[in-house]
Design a protein around this ligand. Structure first.
Ligand code: PEP
Ligand code: MN
Length: 359
């Protein structure tokens, strides 16, 4: 893939993180222009976002104003100098944006799950080198995310970036879309040249989570942030809970004072890492020892014709470990998820043992 660095097309004053901000949806010309002027005045925002066609999970929500809002974005650019970006989901949207002079297009999370749609959009952009932001798909599927990046790269788009906005999950979580950071980290490993932008608004789904998520992303070396900003968040026609005012964004950006990049790692960190490596090695040794015991149990269960899955015992294990986590003040979700993996691995080891010795 031939990918331009983000600073080549969305430069920031000191080469710091790029900031893309603006309302979830364009609601009126006044709302768009007021927000854009307030953002431009911070001097810390490079691009203005506003949804014009809104993909609503269920019918009945505000679906965006469509084409009528595009000239407002052109006005934003003319009056503030901010670059403009909006979501496109269909080739007609692409055509309308190109006609209206929108600078950057983004592909939404609900579109990235569908390779047919992604290919149609990539085909609509063949021969037009407009920058494209690709949100992660709603499902935690790195292949779909990479596939979408590849489809645009193959259509000749060189100014691409990935936007990490979190993944849908059935279970209740404190996040609207849990980040699953490891998926974005793996994207970084597999495609190191693709710039990575974090969207803490859709991840958290809550204005209060924007700050901690932004810090976390920048601490992990993300290249930029996409944040939803509305002059009066409570009155927003979409995503009201997760939008912040321009003033609050300015305060947040002031807060996000960054450690300069490429500083040598201090000796204390190296020493702590050595101890972490030792603990990690012990954790793996202990898991191996645990699986040995599980194998022994599997043999006895087989001899005694006892089913492998014992729900009462599994409940006991969870209750005991969650109580321990609570007493130690560590995240219960971490222990829940870890033990789900350990339990499934234990069942698999027993099943394999039983199969190996014969029933
Ligand atoms: C948005 O950015 O307003 C949006 C709909 O995003 P996503 O596709 O990430 O849900
Ligand atoms: Mn939104």
């Amino acid at each position: 893939m031939m990918i331009s660095p983000l600073q080549a097309w969305l430069p920031t004053p000191q080469g710091g993180p790029v900031v893309i901000a603006g309302p979830c949806s364009a609601e009126s010309e006044g709302q768009v222009l007021d927000t854009a002027h307030a953002l431009a005045a911070t001097g810390k925002v490079q691009a203005f976002r506003a949804g014009v066609w809104k993909p609503r999970t269920r019918p009945g929500g505000f679906a965006g104003l469509g084409d009528v809002a595009l000239p407002w974005l052109a006005r934003v650019k003319a009056e503030t100098g901010l670059l403009t970006t909006t979501e496109v989901a269909r080739p007609e949207h692409v055509e309308a944006c190109l006609r209206a002079g929108i600078d950057i297009l983004w592909i939404g999370a609900r579109t990235v799950v569908n390779p047919f749609s992604v290919q149609d959009l990539a085909d609509a952009l063949r021969g037009v080198d407009v920058p494209v932001l690709i949100k992660n798909p709603v499902s935690p599927d790195l292949g779909l995310w990479i596939g979408a990046l590849e489809r645009f790269a193959m259509a000749g788009i060189t100014r691409l970036a990935a936007v990490h906005r979190g993944f849908s999950r059935y279970e209740v979580s404190r996040y609207r879309n849990p980040p699953e950071w490891q998926i974005a980290i793996e994207l970084r490993e597999r495609l190191p040249q693709v710039p990575l932008v974090c969207d803490p608004s859709h991840m958290g789904g809550d204005a209060a989570l924007i700050e901690p998520l932004s810090h976390a992303a920048l601490d992990m070396g993300y290249d930029g942030l996409m944040i939803e900003v509305h002059p009066n968040p409570q009155a927003a026609l979409s995503d009201a809970k997760q939008q912040i005012t321009p003033a609050r964004l300015e305060a947040l950006l002031r807060e996000l004072a960054l450690a300069p990049e490429d500083r040598p790692v201090p000796a204390e960190i190296l020493a702590l890492r050595t101890r972490i490596d030792e603990l990690d090695a012990q954790i793996v040794d202990m898991l191996a020892a645990r699986l040995d015991l599980v194998t022994e149990i599997g043999l006895i269960k087989r001899a005694e014709h006892i089913p492998i899955l014992q729900l009462d015992r599994w409940r006991q294990v969870q209750t005991a470990r969650l109580a321990q986590a609570e007493a130690l003040g560590i995240d219960k979700e971490l222990i829940t998820r870890l033990y789900q993996l350990v339990h499934v691995a234990s069942l698999q080891v027993q099943e394999r043992t039983v199969q190996a010795v014969g029933r």
